[in-house]
Design a protein around this ligand. Sequence first.
Ligand code: ATR
Length: 277
Amino acid sequence: MRVAIVGDPVEHSLSPVMQNAAFASGGLKWEMIRVRVPAGGGADVINRVRAGDFAGLAVTMPLKEEAARSVDDLDAASTRLRSVNTVVGIGSGHARGLSSDGAGFVNSLSAQGIALTGARVHLLGAGGAARSIVAALGAIDGCEVTISNRTHSAAEAAAELSGSAQAVVADNLPDAVASADIIVNTTSVGMGSDADAGLVPLPVELIASHHVVADIVYHPLTTALLSSAAIRGAQTVDGLGMLVHQAVLQCEAWTGFTPDPVAMRSAAEAELGRRSG
Ligand code: ATR
């Protein structure tokens, strides 16, 4: 069986290395290939799932919203987000859309022993990744979410995805962070060349030892935010956690097999090592 990672660009996606490691670990005769599909090609590639050409898809930029409009049905998270990162062919020409990012984030924290029930979470950023996290946290008992973003209107829109989320303006950031248990960077600040400049998405003086600080940036794996947080005594969660755990859920949705996240993470780390070496 064959699945594809679709979007544009897809050359640098870690999905094939993680999924192919997962399939091999389960002794499954499945493979993931990369298919570059620019904006506008979502409906056609989903037709290839209906036709049985692919058993499923991992969907990345810029197709997530287009794919959500093209599938036959959506799970609860995708219905709220109007975006999917996973498509599953379920026979009789039917394609179902799912969103595994938010649940993947939640599972990545659980895997490190971090409970979200009753937790106060502050999200930095309000893009697609933040929106999927807000929707997932909204389903957790007593989890209260605050959101700040460079563009405040996007924070307000993201907050609408959960009854227990609130957008906060920049002036109120220090208070929101002080009363949070968990701080999550969902912005791209700290990624790639930002790392050399030591860019961080909030003033690091706001981080204290009672915080858990999670970054969804994984290039580099230890962002300037995470190293500052560790120096300040906070527990840290790197961005590969969410990537790996959302991939576990995708593999499960396509094949029914639950792969070991540790094996998938090792495959992703080895690939990142090869690229930087
Ligand atoms: P993703 O799918 O990874 O969430 P995205 O939807 O493009 O990516 O969202 C990027 C997020 O990073 C947004 O919250 C964006 O803020 P704006 O809504 O104001 O654009 C945030 N972001 C990107 N560059 C930033 C920067 N230099 N400073 C602060 N926030 C930044």
